[in-house]
Structures are given as structure tokens and as C-alpha cells.
Design a protein around this ligand. Structure first.
Ligand SMILES: O=C(O)CCC(=O)C(=O)O
Length: 323
């Protein structure tokens, strides 16, 4: 099997962008991705929305114009190729500076024009069954975005806080919400006390941010423009598998023990190059999760109040979810 080398970016991240990211926890890199990549993502995303995975259950609020899904790369080849072989691995290495970089996962957040669905303020690390700091997210918009059309906002400098907040998704899915943690303040309502930043963005501009910085977004108040965004996330060598109560489900075999560095078929190395043994199965074709894993996940959803026959828990009815 010939494994493609990661593509070279149309430009490198600048020293000033990397300094801003280290100082503020987030940076908006203008014109980082070429428009061919954006066009490929548009087609791939609309296709993925037509074929949502089992993992989208609980993440979607279709009737309110919100669609989300995760680990789409396991099923859709365009997502796979972007995750593993595009310029993103090279850019991730420029941020992380580690000898190797692994792909963590990707996620999309689509708010159609007029969707009232907000993304509650949160940090990402409490969602994830991992620990470590060397995690970088690339938030890519496929549409022009302003604060009005659900531009993502951040509390500048909050990546230095030791406080951790309960992870809350736009679907308010309780199956990955660690209720031992306190709820995040709504920082959009505390602009005078906190340094809340956001950017008007064009397709090709990319937000880079780390795992702890607080962020959230309002609904899409534009009546004309969809807000289609994707986050691709990569890890460096300090990131370890750390399964915990109520975190993002992993439906594919990964073979990791607690404390292991992320690697293998679910979190493959992508820089300096992919490794055949890790991606061979995926290169043969789409790789759905096993029936057993799907069954266990559906049970987890039902236990949390989702799905056929399950009584919806208060937090869902309060949030108006149609999951
Ligand atoms: O796009 C959004 O509204 C949320 C994005 C987000 O929370 C993330 O990528 O971590």
C-alpha cells in the first residue's frame, strides 16, 4: 500500500500566530486553508449530514437546524483524507512541536440559517477520555461567519485557569456530561468582567485553540447564511488515554490501556507520516463500529434518557432537544 505523505500547507503558521496562541489560548489564522480544501469539505459535509452515524444521536437537534457528528473520518473518505493526509498534520506539528503527531478525531457543528441552537460555554478537555496538554483544534468555517451568525467566542487567557467546568454540548447530551463539575458561567453575559474575543471570518480562515480555553457560540441569527463548521483535532506525545465517567464514547477498538500515549487505529500517527499497520483497515473502505459497540452505545443513551422507549430526562426537555 502506498501511503500519501502529508500535504504541504499553502503557508506556514507565523511566529506571531504561534505567540498569540500560546499567550491567549486561541488565534485566528487568516487564509490558512486553500479554497479547494473548503470546497471539498462542503461537499463532504453535506453528504455526511445525509448519512449521520449512530454517534450523532444525542448530538443532533434536526428540527432546530443543528447537525453534529463525530469520528466521521471512519465512514467518509473525504474526511479521512483531510484528517490524515492534508496540510493539517503539518500545521499541527508546527503548533505542537513534537517529533510525532497523531490524529485525535473530528467533529462538525452545522447551524442552518436561523437555527436558535447555541453552543453552551465550555472547555473541551472535560469531554474527552484523555489527559495532557498537547492537543490542538482547528476550527474551520465553510461559510462567512460573524458574531451574529454564530461565530465562536473565547475567554482570552482562560487556558491558564485551573478551574474545570461541566462539558455541555449543543444537544445537552447527558451521556457525556460530567455532573461532578460545576456549570460554566455564560461568559457572553459577563463581557465586562472577562476578555471575550471573537472574529468575523471568511472560508479559509481557521481558529486554532487548545483543550482548556473556554469557548461557546450563540445561535445563528442570520436568515440567509448557514454556519457550517468543523473541528479537526490532533495530539502530541504528552496526551494519554485516561477513561473517565461520562466522556466522549469511543466505539472503535483502540487497544489502549489507561496511561498509554494515543496511537493505533483509532488515533493514528499522521506526522511525519501515517503508519501502514494503523490505517490499513481504514484504507480498505469505510469502517463502521461493531454491532456490539453500537448496542452498548444505544444502551448508554437509553440509560441517559435518550432513544426508543427511554424516558427523557429533565435536562433534555428543558433544552428542547429532539434527539
Ligand atoms: O462550533 C461550535 O459552535 C462549537 C465548536 C466547539 O466547541 C469545538 O470545536 O470545540
Amino acid at each position: 500500500m502506498t501511503i500519501p505523505e502529508p500535504a504541504q500547507p499553502s503557508r506556514d503558521l507565523t511566529a506571531s500566530e504561534l505567540d498569540s496562541l500560546a499567550r491567549d489560548g486561541v488565534v485566528c489564522a487568516r487564509g490558512l486553508l486553500d479554497l479547494d480544501t473548503i470546497e471539498t469539505l462542503r461537499d463532504a459535509l453535506e453528504d455526511a449530514i445525509q448519512k449521520l452515524s449512530v454517534l450523532s444521536k444525542g448530538l443532533n437537534r434536526d428540527s432546530q437546524g443543528f447537525h453534529g457528528d463525530i469520528f466521521v473520518w471512519k465512514l467518509h473518505d473525504a474526511f479521512r483524507d483531510l484528517a490524515l493526509f492534508s496540510a493539517l498534520p503539518v500545521l499541527a506539528q508546527q503548533v505542537l512541536g513534537t517529533p510525532t503527531v497523531n490524529f485525535f478525531y473530528e467533529q462538525f457543528f452545522v447551524k442552518r440559517a436561523g437555527s436558535p441552537v447555541d453552543t453552551p460555554w465550555h472547555q473541551d478537555i472535560p469531554f474527552w477520555p484523555v489527559e495532557g496538554n498537547q492537543i490542538i483544534s482547528f476550527w474551520i468555517t465553510l461559510d462567512p461567519v460573524t458574531r451574529k451568525s454564530s461565530g465562536l467566542e473565547f475567554v482570552r487567557g482562560s487556558h491558564r485557569w485551573s478551574q474545570r467546568y461541566k462539558a455541555v454540548t449543543p444537544g445537552y447530551d447527558p451521556y457525556m456530561m460530567d455532573t461532578d463539575l460545576p456549570a460554566s458561567p455564560n461568559f457572553a453575559e459577563e463581557r465586562t468582567e472577562h476578555d471575550v474575543v471573537g472574529w468575523d471570518m471568511e472560508p479559509g480562515d481557521v481558529l486554532l485553540f487548545g483543550p482548556v480555553v473556554c469557548h461557546g457560540s450563540a445561535g445563528n441569527a442570520s436568515n440567509e447564511t448557514d454556519r457550517r463548521a468543523l473541528a479537526f483535532r490532533y495530539t502530541g506525545e504528552d496526551v494519554r488515554y485516561a477513561p473517565r465517567h461520562a466522556t466522549m464514547p469511543l466505539l472503535w477498538e483502540h487497544g489502549l490501556e489507561p496511561g498509554d500515549r494515543l496511537h493505533g487505529p483509532l488515533f493514528p500517527q499522521v506526522w511525519p507520516h501515517a503508519i501502514e499497520s494503523e490505517i490499513a483497515r481504514r484504507m480498505e473502505g469505510p469502517e463502521p463500529p461493531s454491532q456490539q459497540a453500537v448496542g452498548d452505545f444505544m444502551q448508554r443513551l437509553a440509560d441517559a434518557g435518550f432513544g426508543p422507549g427511554a424516558g427523557k430526562k429533565t435536562i433534555l426537555s428543558d433544552a428542547g432537544s429532539d434527539a
